[in-house]
Design a protein around this ligand. Sequence first.
Ligand SMILES: C[S@@+](CC[C@H](N)C(=O)[O-])C[C@H]1O[C@@H](n2cnc3c(N)ncnc32)[C@H](O)[C@@H]1O
Length: 453
Amino acid sequence: MTAPVARGEELQLRIDSLAYGGNGVARLDGFVVFVRRGLPGDIVRARVTKVQRRHAEAVVTEVVEAGPARVDYPCGHFPACGGCRFQDLSYDAQIAAKHAWVEDSLRRIAGIAEPMLEQIVGAQDVFHYRNKMEYSFTPGDDGAVVGLHRAGRWDEVLEIERCWLTTDIGNAIRNTIRDWVREERLPAYDQASGEGYLRHLVVREGINTGQALVQLVTHARERFDRERLIEVLTALPTVRSIHWSVNDTPAEVTNLPSEVLWGDDAIEEELGGLRFRVRPNAFLQTNTHMAERLYELAREAAGLTGSETVYDLYCGIGTIGLSMAADALTVWGIEISEEAVACAIENAELNGVTNAAFFAGNVGEVLRELRDRSGEPDVVVVDPPRAGLAGKALRRLGELAAPRLVYVSCNPTTLAGDAKRLCEEYGYRFVRARPVDMFPHTPHVECVALFER
Ligand SMILES: C[S@@+](CC[C@H](N)C(=O)[O-])C[C@H]1O[C@@H](n2cnc3c(N)ncnc32)[C@H](O)[C@@H]1O
């Protein structure tokens, strides 16, 4: 089929649905156009930005007639800011779309004709839910600006006055840093030229404990007055830990070694009644209340009776395994980050858990060794990154053949791809899945799936 549209052309389109990732889907005589900022039911004018053989991409220039799910949004930075995608879509429509994406992935990619998909769990709080924010500095007209990337841009930062995803405390910490930077006249690092100094600001909060950690990332050398920084930040009583990291490479990363400038090296968060120590680099689910719900669902799916050997693979700081330990005989965690494993071991001690052990390693490489050491697992829980189970990890997991497999996923397409292989090649049966919305106003959806064999 020759594409019936050309780049730069402006079209009037009716948006039928939302595609996975958040673009509106429209059709021109059967030819699909993915429309950025188009919402279901909208009639829009849209400019074509890209044309391919089977589909085109476009961006809304005008909403001619708003669809029924369009709503007012509270944030003054929306839609320019890249932090939120859907503040203008009613929350019910957001979770309906996410539920449909998971269902569609399981049907289309996993090839499960009628997947048993339970109703999506909506978020407890649709705003102020994030316990971690990563801001960037950029040079502005009056000095350094601290904010979030503009939607769709990695090279532009939008100054943020009030973010609706973080808490009042999170906003106060960022604005305190903004004022300090201006007072000290510190320059922002400029990605294009490699000149300048301030690079990133990471703020983490224990939502259930009221403790906050601040990590400042700069280019080489200490060019700030650390006493003054400590003074302004500790004026906020929630700040318990201040870290500084140096990044003198071109890579835009924050996962770096850090020096503690003030306070404890870690803060604590409480999840499901357990305490967890959180350091700058360790993974922690960024929505505390929904992480508690997610772990509850994982525990339900695991169906523990107290006599099971449980593997917690991709265990991070041990949150899932430790929340299952009271109902299991033993828990064995594997995680690639040594820092996270150190936290997991510390967290077991902190909570008086004596039947859980954690090891550093790559799941694909160490599963056989773990089986030799711990014996056959009754239940395996996996919680891999977005890419899902890498080839070798999936093969080793298939060979392990645990009777019950709980798959916690942050990407329904890789979950579905892995489900297909687990069922077709390793004798598993997909039992059920439950999507969970951890990230309102963004296209992300989490899911707990149960497999048995
Ligand atoms: C989605 S997080 C889950 C962490 C934890 N289960 C939780 O809920 O907080 C994925 C974790 O897998 C780890 N990871 C990534 N690749 C890995 C691999 N090949 N082997 C072991 N762990 C890995 C990451 O460091 C990260 O901590």
